[in-house]
Structure formats: C-alpha cells, structure tokens
Design a protein around this ligand. Structure first.
Ligand SMILES: Nc1ncnc2c1ncn2[C@@H]1O[C@H](COP(=O)(O)OP(=O)(O)OP(=O)(O)O)[C@@H](O)[C@H]1O
Length: 594
C-alpha cells in the first residue's frame, strides 16, 4: 500500500492484514488483495460509510421510502384532471422526466437502505464436496439477538437450536436491524463460531453469554442456508384492531423484539414468513428496525380460544348483549327532533306501539360476533378535489351526534350538507316536496329498500323513513361535504367502497361529566317522544352502556373518536377531522382503492 493507505477504511485495512496471514497464497488471494487496495473500492467504501453515518443522524431521516410509488399514484390522479388546468399538465410532464424519476428512485433506495452489500447466493452445486462458510462481522448494538429463554439486544437477529440437527441456527432476522442491513445473515444460517469460539454442543443461552461478553465488533462464522434472504420489503399495511403489549405476552419468542401497538395504529408488515410471528413497523415511526407481532392466524386463534373459555369477553359486559327488539331504539326521530330534516332513527322508549323494526337487531348482533378483530389491510386514499368522502357521525342515542352535525353545518352551510330524507307518509299541503322530505309512495320505497338503495331506513307510525345512497352521492359529486348522523346499525350498509365514509365515533364523557354538562346546557332527552324533558339518571347510564357496546361491535370501523364532553371542544375536533378528510391522504380498507 502507498502512503495514502493511512486514511484507508480500518475494516479494509484489517481485512487486508488478515489476508496476508493466509498461508496458501495463490491467485485468488492475490486478486482479492489487489481489489482491497484499489482506489475505486476505497472510494465506494467511503461513500458507503458516509451514507451510513448520515443515516444515523435523525435530521436526515426519510419521511417516506416509496416516493416513486406516490408519484405513480399522483400520475393517476393527474391523468384524470390534466384537461382542467395548464398547471396540472405541467406538473405531469415534470414528474415524467427521467431525471426526476431517477432522483426519486435513488431517494427510495437510500430510504430503504438498499445500499448495504448483498452477498450473491452461493451456487448449491459448489457445496457438494466441502461446506461453504461465510464470515460476517457486525458491530454490537442495542438490537435483539436472543434465544427463547433469553433476549439480550445485540445484532438484530434471534437464534435457536435446530430441532433435527441440534445445531445453533439463525431463527429470525429483524427487518431493518443490523443483521438485516448487512444483507449477510439469513434465517436458517447455521452458526459455527462466534468471535472465534466454536458453538458446537452449546445452547442458545451459552451463545448469548459469549455475545454479551464481547465488545465492539462481533464475528460470526456461518454455514449459509440456501434460497433464503435478500427478499425486499412487503408493501402491506394493516390497521390494528386490538391493543398489543408484548411484555404481557407469555408466548412471544423474544420479548425485546416485540412491537407494542394500540388499536387503530397502522402497521407496515415487513415479513409474514413466520406463520405465527409477523415482523412489522409502526407507520410513521422513526425506528427502522421491525418488531415481532402476532400473526393474523395466531391472534384469531387466541380470540376464538378466549371466547370459548370466557363468553363474557364477547364484549366484557354480557348485560349489553340482550338488546330486545321490543325495547329497541329504531323509531324515527322526526316528531321530537329539533330539525325536521334529521334522518336519524332515534330512541323513543315511551312509544312501543308505533314500532316496526326493520333493522333486525338480534341478527345483526350475531353477525357481528363472528367478526374477529385482528388486522384490516389498509391503503392510502388521496383526497380528490371536488369529491369529499361523506362524514358519518355515529354513537349511542342521546350522545349528541345531531347536535354536532347541526353545529358543523352551521359553520359553513354552503359546504356541509345533510341529505333530505325520504318518507312514504302523505304530504301535507304546507310541505313542498324536497324541502324537509322527499315524498314517495310506500310501494316505491319498499322496492328501493329491497333493492338496497337506502343506507338506513325505519318505520314510524306506519310510514317509512330513510336516507338513500343516491342522495349521499349527489352531494358528494356536487363537491360539497355530506354529513350524516345515522343510526349505528346502518354502519354496515354505509361502510362500502362506493360511499367510502369517514366514520367518527361520538363517545360520551364519564357518567359524572355527562350529567354535569347536559344539566348545565339544559339538554333535552331524545328518549322522550316530545323531547320536552331532561335526561334521567337511567338514560345517562344507558348512553354510556350502549356506547361501550357500539364500540365493541363496530370499533374496527371507526376512523376517529370524539369525546362529546365540552361541546365547543368536540366541535373543534370535528372541524379538524373534516379538514383532514378534505385535504390529507388517509388510510382506508385496501379494497376501496383498487
Ligand atoms: N356536549 C354537550 N354538552 C351539553 N349538551 C349537549 C352536548 N351534546 C349534546 N347536547 C344536548 O344533548 C341533547 C341530545 O343531543 P342530540 O339530539 O344531538 O343527541 P343524538 O345523539 O342525536 O341523540 P339521538 O340519536 O337519540 O337523536 C340535546 O339537547 C343537545 O343539545
């Protein structure tokens, strides 16, 4: 080496030094030695080191790793609107420029850390005679490498004893961890030595103690497994429909490798290779290393087992399951609603004789129990100018959905609109058709209901009332924001790829705050036919109870929750949600965007 070799990468220098110790010499060693001293390799290593060093700096953390994919989605949107304005056309041609696309591809490669070396697969036929080994050096870090019984964070991989051979093998490589980033360690690789110490006849715990006592760089001698590794990240995103705390999970193979999440979190599933333990990252998290989460199959099995052994876990409150049809809350609000245009089907417990229930509550409940909330595959839906998703406010009867809907509309009546309900009741001479109601014959309405044209419907005093899907679509297509506050049982009919609703769950505050706020505001009970009195203590309890039940049955559908405690605060959160729906890409069921 010449004098400039002083500034050479220390790892290259060490490699060169150990190469000189190789006695056999020969052409291969001479070639390797020459390669290790070449200026080109040195320059490449320096670039690599710079990227790695910068990568560690939080300031340079990529906001997304799929810029090219986003660009393709933008293409799609622009294609539909290029004729609308010159600017759209200009943007489209800019995005199509090869140089621009090359920059984005490079950006994504760096964001996905695609610059780490990947060893080419070793051809299996070369292995027939002698065993091929690979030497891998990794810097000890705070990432997990553990066996089943112990899990000391070390290099981002877990090890186990192979049941058949009794040898120590790599059990799992955590996506984004040091082992994965090296591209050199794969699942199934057999560990022969760690830091020069043979692991033959050793347990995973023995290996861990070797690792724990080592400082700095760790050298593995491995027999590679074939046909594995090198797979690129999957693009699957799911919304978690349950809370997960790995420290409380007795079955997770490596607790430190677990990824905790809350119901509603969007997770990027980076590997589903293992039938029971997926690897995932929380979307938007800055930590690149993936963590272990229970697979869908595992979680489903757990929930079924839980339900079989403890039926109360169906909703935690068995008393709530027994909603009776005669005591149902399906009569229309119209007579006691402060706004005659309200389509909500409301509780009027005091009017049993007028009820004919169209929603079959019992049947719906049974159906919902079959839903096992694990993960829902989601994709981003980008806002489309002039086509805003309907905002749907659901919640327990009496919680304040209609009050919030009215207040939202009052902020901008030109923009926020609620559909005019249909009814089969006779039109009064003072009522123009299409003002408060759309009047239709009973036959026509029954036929339309049978054809699935209504998103909600009910019968009150022998007349049908309902909201048609078409009236919602008309508002959406007119560029305004459709706001609905339907009965909660309408949710399943509403949550379709056609309507793509943004569902906001209006939750009551604590019982105490519910009584305090409603009493202070002189709130009128919606359980009373005339809405002429205050809520009773029992009604307040009913609101809290049925809210818990709705959340249990339909929680997986909610995009957002608003606690209706202080009314102005709840409205302000609703306005922010409405703004997000109009302006931000949001996660929706993946089937809605295909
Ligand atoms: N945060 C709040 N603080 C005080 N009063 C409230 C609040 N939210 C709603 N109210 C009052 O509670 C009463 C019931 O509200 P609202 O009519 O909106 O209920 P709802 O959820 O639409 O019920 P239903 O589904 O039975 O019609 C109204 O008098 C309303 O003004």
């Amino acid at each position: 080496m010449d004098s400039s070799s002083e500034h050479w990468d220390p790892a290259l220098t060490r490699l060169l030094a150990s190469l000189k110790e190789v006695q056999s010499g020969g052409e291969d060693v001479a070639f390797l030695s020459e390669l290790l001293q070449s200026k080109q390799l040195h320059a490449l290593v320096q670039v690599h080191n710079k990227i790695v060093a910068k990568g560690k700096d939080d300031k340079f953390y990529p906001l997304l790793s799929n810029a090219m994919q986003v660009t393709l989605e933008v293409f799609e949107l622009l294609h539909n609107v290029v004729s609308v304005s010159k600017e759209y056309g200009e943007l489209l041609s800019l995005l199509q420029k090869p140089h621009f696309q090359a920059i984005l591809c490079t950006h994504d490669a760096v964001a996905q850390k695609d610059y780490y070396p990947h060893l080419p697969d070793i051809p299996p036929e070369l292995d027939d005679e002698e065993e091929t080994v690979k030497i891998v050096q990794l810097v000890k870090s705070d990432e997990p490498l553990g066996g089943a019984q112990s899990a000391e964070p070390i290099v981002g991989a877990t090890i186990k004893t192979d049941e058949e051979t009794g040898k120590i093998v790599i059990a799992r490589v955590m996506h984004g961890g040091a082992a994965d980033r090296s591209g050199l360690i794969h699942v199934g690789d057999e560990v022969i030595e760690v830091n020069g110490i043979s692991v033959e006849n050793k347990t995973p715990a023995d290996v861990l103690s070797i690792l724990q006592s080592s400082e700095g760089t760790i050298t593995f001698k491995l027999v590679p497994s074939f046909g594995k590794g090198g797979s690129r990240e999957s693009k699957v995103r799911v919304r978690a429909l349950f809370n997960y705390n790995s420290s409380e999970d007795p079955y997770i193979p490596c607790k430190e490798a677990g990824l905790d999440f809350k119901k509603g979190d969007v997770l990027h599933i980076v590997s589903q290779d293992d039938a029971y333990w997926w690897q995932a990252r929380r979307e938007g998290d800055r930590v690149m290393r993936a963590g272990l989460i229970p697979s869908r199959a595992l979680q489903e099995g757990r929930i079924i087992h839980e339900r079989q052994t403890d039926p109360q876990t169906l909703d935690g409150k068995p008393a709530l399951c027994s909603v009776s049809v005669t005591n149902s809350d399906c009569a229309p609000k119209t007579p006691c609603s402060p706004t005659p245009t309200a389509t909500a089907l409301l509780p009027c417990k005091s009017t049993p004789k007028v009820k004919k229930v169209i929603y079959d509550i019992t049947e719906n409940d049974d159906f919902d129990r079959e839903m096992i909330p694990t993960y829902e595959e989601v994709a981003r839906l980008y806002p489309r100018p002039g086509m805003v998703r309907p905002i749907v406010l659901v919640g327990a009867p009496g919680v304040g959905r209609n009050e919030l809907r009215r207040r939202l509309i009052a902020t901008d009546p030109e923009k926020y609109v609620t559909p005019i309900p249909f009814t089969s009741r006779p039109q009064k001479s003072s009522e123009p058709n299409g003002k408060d109601y759309m009047f239709v014959s009973r036959e026509k309405m029954e036929q339309d209901i049978a054809d699935g044209k209504f998103i909600e419907h009910g019968e009150y005093k022998g007349n049908l009332y309902g909201t048609s899907a078409e009236s919602v679509e008309t508002i959406v297509n007119s560029g305004r924001v459709c706001v609905l506050s339907p009965h909660w049982q309408a949710l399943k009919m509403l949550r379709t790829p056609r309507l793509r609703p943004y569902i906001v769950f209006i939750r009551p505050p604590t019982h105490e705050r519910l009584v305090e706020t409603r009493t202070a505001a002189n709130a009128r009970s919606t359980f009373d036919k005339e809405c002429s009195r205050a809520f009773t203590e029992e009604e307040f309890s009913d609101i809290v109870r049925s809210s818990n039940r709705i959340n249990f049955l339909y929680g997986y559908m909610f995009d957002e929750e608003i606690v209706n405690d202080d009314l102005p605060a709840a409205l302000s959160q609703l306005l922010k949600a409405a703004w997000r729906v109009q302006s931000e890409p949001l996660w929706v069921p993946a089937s809605w965007v295909q």
